[in-house]
Unconditional design. Sequence first.
Length: 93
Amino acid sequence: MKIQGVEWDDGNWPKCGKHGVSQSEIEHILEYATIRVRDPNPDEERFRTAGQTLAGRHVFVVYTYREYDAGVFIRPISARYMHEKEVKNYEQR
Protein backbone atom coordinates (compact mmCIF):
# COMPACT_ATOMS: atom_id res chain seq x y z
CA MET A 1 0.00 0.00 0.00
CA LYS A 2 1.43 3.37 -1.03
CA ILE A 3 0.85 6.06 1.57
CA GLN A 4 0.15 9.55 0.21
CA GLY A 5 0.76 11.37 3.48
CA VAL A 6 -0.42 12.02 7.02
CA GLU A 7 -3.90 13.38 7.63
CA TRP A 8 -4.12 16.24 10.16
CA ASP A 9 -7.23 18.24 11.04
CA ASP A 10 -9.06 19.77 13.99
CA GLY A 11 -10.26 16.31 15.00
CA ASN A 12 -6.98 14.51 15.50
CA TRP A 13 -4.31 17.17 16.00
CA PRO A 14 -5.58 18.52 19.36
CA LYS A 15 -5.72 15.01 20.80
CA CYS A 16 -2.26 14.11 19.52
CA GLY A 17 -0.70 17.44 20.46
CA LYS A 18 -2.05 17.65 24.01
CA HIS A 19 0.80 15.47 25.30
CA GLY A 20 3.46 17.75 23.84
CA VAL A 21 4.47 15.60 20.88
CA SER A 22 4.90 17.65 17.70
CA GLN A 23 3.48 16.78 14.30
CA SER A 24 6.97 16.35 12.91
CA GLU A 25 7.88 13.91 15.70
CA ILE A 26 4.74 11.87 15.08
CA GLU A 27 5.35 11.83 11.34
CA HIS A 28 8.94 10.71 11.93
CA ILE A 29 7.77 7.80 14.09
CA LEU A 30 5.16 6.78 11.52
CA GLU A 31 7.75 6.86 8.74
CA TYR A 32 10.58 5.01 10.47
CA ALA A 33 8.98 2.70 13.05
CA THR A 34 9.70 -0.96 12.43
CA ILE A 35 7.15 -2.49 14.82
CA ARG A 36 3.46 -2.12 14.04
CA VAL A 37 0.77 -4.08 15.88
CA ARG A 38 -3.01 -4.10 15.68
CA ASP A 39 -4.84 -2.15 18.33
CA PRO A 40 -7.81 -3.99 19.89
CA ASN A 41 -10.26 -1.12 19.19
CA PRO A 42 -13.65 -2.65 18.28
CA ASP A 43 -14.95 0.37 16.33
CA GLU A 44 -12.32 0.69 13.60
CA GLU A 45 -9.10 -0.95 12.48
CA ARG A 46 -6.26 0.74 14.37
CA PHE A 47 -2.57 0.11 14.79
CA ARG A 48 0.07 0.92 17.39
CA THR A 49 3.69 1.75 16.89
CA ALA A 50 6.57 3.24 18.83
CA GLY A 51 9.90 4.73 17.98
CA GLN A 52 12.56 7.25 18.79
CA THR A 53 12.55 10.85 17.58
CA LEU A 54 15.62 12.56 16.14
CA ALA A 55 16.03 14.23 19.55
CA GLY A 56 16.09 10.82 21.26
CA ARG A 57 12.60 10.91 22.82
CA HIS A 58 10.54 7.73 22.64
CA VAL A 59 7.00 8.15 21.29
CA PHE A 60 3.98 5.82 21.23
CA VAL A 61 1.43 6.40 18.44
CA VAL A 62 -2.01 4.95 17.67
CA TYR A 63 -3.18 5.46 14.09
CA THR A 64 -5.47 4.21 11.34
CA TYR A 65 -5.50 4.28 7.57
CA ARG A 66 -8.03 6.34 5.62
CA GLU A 67 -8.67 5.76 1.94
CA TYR A 68 -9.82 8.59 -0.31
CA ASP A 69 -9.93 9.18 -4.07
CA ALA A 70 -6.49 10.79 -3.73
CA GLY A 71 -5.06 7.66 -2.09
CA VAL A 72 -4.37 6.19 1.32
CA PHE A 73 -3.41 8.45 4.23
CA ILE A 74 -2.24 7.66 7.76
CA ARG A 75 -4.44 9.33 10.37
CA PRO A 76 -2.82 9.61 13.82
CA ILE A 77 -5.36 9.12 16.60
CA SER A 78 -3.24 9.53 19.71
CA ALA A 79 0.42 10.12 20.52
CA ARG A 80 2.41 10.50 23.70
CA TYR A 81 5.91 10.23 25.03
CA MET A 82 6.60 6.79 26.45
CA HIS A 83 6.95 6.14 30.18
CA GLU A 84 10.31 4.98 31.56
CA LYS A 85 9.18 1.34 31.86
CA GLU A 86 7.93 1.38 28.24
CA VAL A 87 11.24 2.82 27.05
CA LYS A 88 13.16 0.02 28.82
CA ASN A 89 10.93 -2.62 27.20
CA TYR A 90 11.30 -0.92 23.81
CA GLU A 91 15.09 -0.80 24.05
CA GLN A 92 15.31 -4.49 25.07
CA ARG A 93 13.58 -5.73 21.92
